[in-house]
Design a protein around this ligand. Structure first.
Ligand code: FAD
Ligand code: SF4
Length: 512
């Protein structure tokens, strides 16, 4: 054949560069369900199922269009379990002139394809990933000559470049950022109406995948019984429409709020659909902008949402490719504790963690503030090795792919990159969680207390964190106010906090 067109599980887009010159006569699409990708970190069943279900639907769509497809299922006899061996099998079988591949989203996989093609002595035609607004060159240009990178400035450039929410060269509404309007929590009664997102019942193809995952990955974390994610471009579009109509109007206001037994609130649930390329971010941004112009949603919601997709999502990709592979090794706070065992079981008396981890195991989903200010915050305060935290996040979320997960985890949430993603560590006491949620109402601990039998471990570890890193953080002007507060603590208080923190750490390290 002429081209072996390799399509990876997060490249499910017929409009991608891989298909630019596709010939039904001369080319073959090659797709493979690789066991290694589900086991190199101990992956959640929902994440494995999401990838396999979306891949099989994509394959069926290609076949319906009469493309030639060489698809290897995980349960096919002789399926080798890793990319390199499977690529070898395909090359020997089809004898292609070259392998065509859109640049993989993960550094490790990109290297692997380059090396394997060389070993097999076949040309590799690696094409750019057009899914994103920004090219690598655009990010490089943005980063060049800057001492410090900040999402905010990159986001403004993107708004200008793509003329999104702009009028006469100025941001709509007269400012770039409506964050100050987007930090509300709910009243005591919680969200007024329960925003139920559209759910997608598994069809025969997805059911087959769910059975396979249950059988082959029995001991992996998570449950499959709630699986209701969009697994085709058509469903992803329906999920987008549903979000724009029912949840976008409140998205901004309650963006940071948390509530017991409410995993989704006003969030879009679109990350996995976008990351697997079932949904184009341009369509997502367009739909949100249109909702503003048709007065379906207010500006604080629309801007807040577009900032996530056009700003953060593109920015983290830029950071990933600019700093990999060394980024993975960063550990600026020299954290080395083990991840507590309850991250895999939700078995903890800390109600906020029990809720967020429990929900993660049930659905493979948690929204941003749950990831950043509950599970991420606790690991940061405890001083867990950032690589272990990274592996957990890569394993347990259905939307996890390394280019987006790693900078968020290692950088934004653990401050292990020393300040590329965040200008200061996101640290807070349990009082922040109390303000933004009702988790503390059902908890045996008291977020106000740092010492004593009912002290909140977040609050104890927060003060301990600041004392531990006082010297390192004192160079950071933005930490000034927080550091000033420890100066007010007496020697006695400091000693008590330190010894309580030590007890928490030794208890948790015995349960790592
Ligand atoms: P919404 O809240 O509705 O946001 C809309 C969209 O904006 C999302 O679908 C997503 O595509 C994008 N977005 C929002 N925040 C971010 C962000 N910080 N970085 C990049 N894109 C963003 N997102 C992933 O897609 N995959 C991951 O593996 C992942 N790991 C994370 C790990 C940590 C520690 C943290 C703090 C965040 C992580 N995020 C990750 C970002 C964010 O939490 C998720 O994108 C979001 O919660 C997905 O839910 P949603 O689609 O309902 O998002
Ligand atoms: Fe979490 Fe502390 Fe609140 Fe309990 S008291 S829910 S541990 S923040």
């Amino acid at each position: 054949i002429r081209n072996l067109v390799a399509v990876l599980g997060d490249q499910l887009d017929l409009n991608s560069a891989a298909f630019d010159d596709f010939s039904k006569e001369d080319d073959v699409v090659w797709m493979v369900e690789v066991k290694d990708e589900a086991t190199h970190v101990w992956t959640h069943k929902v994440r494995i199922a999401m990838f396999l279900a979306a891949m099989r639907h994509f394959r069926d769509d290609l076949l319906a269009r009469e493309y030639r497809v060489d698809y290897r299922q995980l349960d096919d006899p002789g399926c080798q379990g890793d990319f390199a061996s499977e690529l070898g099998v395909a090359v020997r079988k089809h004898r292609p002139e070259k392998i065509v591949l859109v640049e993989p989203g993960e550094w490790r996989v990109r290297e692997l394809f380059q090396e394997t093609a060389k070993e097999l002595d076949v040309d590799l035609d690696m094409r750019p990933d057009r899914h994103f607004f920004a090219t690598h060159e655009m990010f490089e240009e943005h980063a060049s000559g800057r001492k410090q990178l900040r999402q905010e400035y990159f986001y403004r450039e993107m708004r200008r470049e793509f003329d999104i929410l702009m009028k006469d060269g100025e941001p709509l509404g007269g400012k770039w950022n409506f964050d100050s309007e987007n930090r509300k929590s709910f009243s005591k009664e919680g969200p007024e109406e329960r925003p139920n997102p559209k759910r997608f019942s598994p069809d025969a193809t997805t059911k087959e995948v769910l059975e396979l995952v249950e059988k082959r990955f029995t001991d992996h974390p998570g449950k499959l019984e709630h699986f209701d994610w969009p697994v085709t471009p058509k469903q992803a579009k329906q999920a987008l429409d549903d979000f724009i109509e029912h949840r976008l109007p409140e998205f901004g206001t309650y963006q940071d709020a948390l509530w017991t037994d409410e995993p989704y609130l006003y969030h879009s649930r679109l990350s996995a659909a976008m990351n697997l390329k079932l949904l184009d971010p341009r369509d997502v941004v367009d739909a949100a902008e249109k909702a503003y112009h048709t007065k379906q949603a207010p500006l604080n919601a629309v801007e807040g949402f577009i900032r996530q997709v056009l700003g953060w999502r593109e920015y983290v990709r830029g950071v990933y490719w600019k700093f990999m592979p060394k980024y993975l090794e960063r550990n600026s706070l020299k954290a080395k504790a083990s991840l507590p065992k309850f991250y895999w079981t939700a078995d903890t008396e800390m109600n906020c963690l029990q809720q967020c981890i429990g929900q993660t195991l049930d659905y493979g989903y948690a929204h941003h503030i749950q990831r950043l200010m509950v599970t991420g915050l606790f690991a940061l305060l405890l001083g867990v090795d950032p690589k272990a935290v990274h592996e957990w996040y890569l394993a347990v979320y259905l939307d996890a792919v390394e280019w987006v997960e790693l900078p968020n985890t290692l950088g934004m949430s653990q401050f292990a990159d020393g300040g590329i993603m965040a200008s200061k560590p996101y640290v807070a006491t349990g009082k922040y969680i109390k303000r933004m949620s009702n988790y503390c109402d059902g908890c045996r601990y008291d977020p106000e207390k740092a010492t004593g039998e009912d002290a909140c471990p977040f609050t104890t570890l927060y003060w301990d964190f600041l004392m531990r890193h006082e010297k390192f953080l004192s160079d950071n002007q933005r930490m000034g106010l927080q550091l000033k507060n420890i100066e007010r603590k007496s020697e006695q208080e400091r000693r008590e906090i330190k010894s309580q923190a030590k007890r928490i750490k030794s208890h948790l390290s015995a349960n790592a």
